[in-house]
Design a binder for this molecule. Structure first.
Ligand code: ADE
Length: 238
């Protein structure tokens, strides 16, 4: 996947070049193209922002350098603006984007964009109901969540399927050696070798964890008869 990022701080994206994503870049699975839109300003001081029409505090990012930076790309794919007023980014967004061959992110900074910049985008997306100083960290989160779903990026091709949110539930608890740590024992079922029972327990635990931490997720999910029974059994045991 080719990922273009229009940003005033390309060096922030060095963080993506480590670990799994770094290896995916080396393997050519991800091609990250960082474009500093300050390079598309032609005044002496290379200003990218200006005072808002109508007055008020702060500065506003101008449309021209952003449009020129976009025009410099031979293709863009889907164009995404990261901003707090956007649709909330979820695992579903990451799944949808992971099927694209090219994406372009536009990162804002300072007080925000000239409103006409939004007309350049296919999607405006937020990572949550809080305001950061710029779109770089949200863009990095979105790139990470999307890239790891591209086949070959994660070592184990199975792992994205069995994780939080991928089927609308949070992940079940995992354990590794030792089986007994200072009296805290690993649930016996996991040592039983009975794979059918283990799968049932994990599914039940995923439901229980979701009910405890994110009941809102269950309200948006159609529970199967087996899942209703799993929850009823849990309630009976508690
Ligand atoms: N830019 C600043 N805050 C943001 C947020 N919450 N999501 C996306 N982009 C942002």
């Amino acid at each position: 996947m080719k990922i273009n990022v229009l940003t005033l701080f390309p060096e922030m994206f060095d963080a993506l070049k480590t670990s799994m994503l770094g290896r995916a870049m080396e393997k050519g699975l991800i091609d990250l193209n960082l474009v500093n839109f300050r390079d598309f300003t032609y005044d002496v001081h290379h200003h990218v922002d200006d005072a808002p029409y109508g007055g008020g505090a702060g500065m506003v990012l101008q449309i021209k350098p952003i449009k020129l930076a976009l025009d410099s790309l031979s293709k863009t794919g889907k164009i995404v603006i990261t901003a707090p007023q956007g649709q909330t980014f979820t695992q579903k967004t990451a799944q949808r984007w992971s099927n694209e061959s090219e994406l372009t992110f536009i990162c804002g900074h300072y007080e925000g964009f000239d409103h006409r910049v939004y007309d350049l985008a296919d999607e405006v997306v937020s990572i949550g109901d809080y305001v950061l100083t710029g779109g770089e960290l949200p863009t990095m989160s979105m790139i990470d969540a999307t890239s790891r779903l591209i086949p070959g990026v994660l070592g184990n091709a199975m792992s994205p399927k069995e994780e939080s949110f991928s089927d609308g539930l949070l992940e079940y608890p995992q354990y590794t050696r030792p089986a007994d740590f200072e009296g805290q024992k690993v649930p016996e079922i996991l040592l039983s070798g009975n794979h059918e029972k283990i799968a049932y327990w994990r599914h039940q635990q995923a439901l229980s964890t979701t009910l405890h931490f994110r009941p809102d997720l269950l309200r948006h999910r159609q529970l199967s008869d087996e899942e209703k029974k799993m929850l009823a059994d849990l309630e009976r045991l508690s």
